[in-house]
Design a protein around this ligand. Structure first.
Ligand code: FAD
Ligand code: SIN
Length: 506
């Protein structure tokens, strides 16, 4: 058994930021980060558009950002959370800059501010079109310099350990030695990110399998608003791959138009904000257009944009398109909606506490009340930065007296030697992804949802049996988690009878 004061599961913006802050506060306490892939692999690393923060107090204001967030959330945001998160943005940005993150500036030497769907002003602070990579680099670099933080990469958290509704650690699989380690922790933070690979067709990297939410669910934590899946309107259309390259919404903020194959600028028919309507509305409109036309995709037209400025702001998008034969100065970019973000998740209060004692959640796996029924673009990195700070402040004021005095934790016991057939996990995952895409997509209906619910129950019985009788491995653990997440989304979609934001049921 390994003792640690703070166990952090996940090394995206949420986990790393908290780790760094608590490590600075308590140089003599031990902080362990378990992360299932390379330390920098995360949704964070792929964030393109940037962080929504009010830095221009002349054109913009907190009140405008708050209003945009509330409008996007379609009546389901917690207003006090929205106000708290948005007004703390500038402090969190200052910290990121102090840690070495670089953000683009304009000729006047002030921050260059991008615009995205649902924003009434330019307020998105960015590092070209690779903001997440820059943030991840800067914070990870700080974390790796801390002597009291141990980063365990390729360590897959399998389950939380709880006693009397209190989290006392986790079982973590060392994917290199195949050994299950038992961690005893005073406090555990879930920072495990999103769920994209439940759908397969997603902008998320393969690590996004909803593990933290599923573990929290098994530990009986409260999980809500799972029906609010955000589909990004402009994932690059490429029938040959699952994980889709994102064409940032900031490209539309820069002036690009959405067009049908015939050239119609259809968004003007759906919303007065046109191409910069909020994401839920743009994705739903594209879905309708594709149903009407029978086409496979719509198009993003950048041909009228100033090329030099485009390349400066979006070098990665420009090169990615170029490498697959799309010259954005001449050709329209084919795009379709793809799963992108989960608005709901593990319910936390304003200090990041879950309904299980000593268990905290932060970032995309949490449900804070900021996003309501649909997240405003670029509010996610901001939410993770603000909540990791809130959790840090809470825990800085609530240190455990002595870890040695806590109750001993039962080591993992397993006598299973049979390996699971990898074909079973791979095929079941594909079947599950297809089910979610067909029955739990942008527009849902109760008939399909009930059928999906039935199928998911069968998957659940089967996977529990496989888990009981086979040696634990990460693919099996992920598959079990994906099935749990699918069930939560389907059940909560069946329960919701009112269309809001990203949720539409006919
Ligand atoms: P992540 O960054 O996803 O980190 C999760 C971590 O948990 C990873 O290290 C993962 O390996 C680890 N993990 C997961 N399960 C386990 C397990 N069982 N055991 C151990 N480790 C585990 N948001 C914005 O605000 N602005 C943007 O411009 C923006 N652009 C985006 C573009 C793309 C392509 C994508 C995919 C997302 C974008 N988002 C954006 C959303 C945003 O990036 C994420 O919501 C945010 O980064 C989530 O941070 P996180 O720390 O919660 O999770
Ligand atoms: C994007 O750049 O379009 C993604 C922004 C986000 O998801 O917040």
């Amino acid at each position: 058994m390994i003792k640690t004061n703070y166990l952090i599961i996940g090394s995206g913006v949420a986990g790393l930021t908290f780790a760094l802050k608590i490590a600075n506060q308590f140089p003599n306490k031990k902080i362990t980060i378990a992360t299932k892939a390379n330390a920098d692999e995360s949704n964070t690393k792929y964030a393109q558009g940037g962080i929504a923060i009010v830095t221009d107090k002349i054109e913009d204001s907190y009140q405008k950002h708050i209003q945009d967030t509330l409008i996007c959330g379609d009546g389901l945001c917690d207003e006090s959370v929205v106000e708290m998160v948005i007004t703390e943005g500038p402090k969190r940005l200052k910290e990121l800059i102090e840690w070495g993150a670089k953000f683009d500036k304009n000729v006047a030497g002030t921050l260059d501010l991008g615009k995205e769907g649902g924003h009434s002003e330019n307020r998105v602070v960015h590092h070209k079109d690779q903001t997440g990579k820059e943030i991840e680099r800067a914070i990870l670099n700080q974390v790796l310099q801390k002597e009291n933080i141990t980063v365990l990469d390729h360590h897959f958290a399998f389950d939380l350990i709880t006693k009397n509704n209190c989290c006392i650690g986790a079982y973590v699989l060392d994917q290199k030695t195949k050994e299950i380690l038992t961690f005893q922790a005073e406090y555990t933070l879930l920072a495990t990110g999103g769920i994209g690979h439940l759908y397969g067709h997603t902008t998320n990297p393969v690590i996004a399998t909803g593990d933290g939410i599923a573990m929290a669910f098994r530990a009986k934590a409260k999980i809500t608003e799972m029906e609010f899946i955000q589909f990004h309107p402009t994932a690059l259309y490429d029938a040959s791959t699952d994980t889709s390259f994102l064409i940032s919404e900031a490209v539309r903020g820069f002036g690009a138009y959405l067009r049908t194959k015939k050239g119609d600028r259809f968004m003007l028919n759906y919303d007065s904000r046109g191409d910069l309507a909020s994401r839920d509305i743009v994705s739903q409109s594209i879905e309708l257009e594709l149903k009407k036309s029978g086409d496979d995709c719509v198009y993003l037209d950048c041909t009228h944009l100033e090329l030099e400025g485009f390349i400066k702001h979006f070098p990665m998008i420009y090169m990615h398109c170029k490498n697959i034969g799309i010259d954005i100065a001449k050709n329209w970019i084919p795009v379709v909606p793809a799963q992108h973000y989960l608005c709901g998740g593990i319910v936390v209060d304003k200090t990041g506490k879950t309904s299980v004692d000593n268990l905290f959640a932060c970032g995309e796996c949490s449900r804070t009340g900021l996003h309501g029924a649909n997240r405003l673009a670029s509010n996610s990195l901001l939410e993770a930065l603000v909540y990791s700070d809130k959790i840090y402040h809470y825990l800085a004021n609530h240190p455990f007296d002595d870890l040695q005095e806590t109750e001993p934790v039962q080591d993992w016991i397993s006598d299973k030697i049979t390996e699971i057939d990898p074909k079973y996990t791979a095929n079941t995952k594909l079947e599950l992804q297809l089910l979610m895409r067909k029955s739990v997509g942008i527009v849902r209906n109760d008939l399909d949802l009930n059928k999906a619910n039935f199928k998911l129950k069968q998957f659940q019985i089967e996977i529990e049996d496989k888990i009981k009788n086979h040696k634990t491995n990460a693919s099996l653990g992920e598959l079990r988690n994906l099935i749990t997440i699918g069930s939560l989304i389907v059940e909560q979609s069946i329960d919701r009878n009112e269309n809001r934001g990203g949720f539409v049921k006919n």
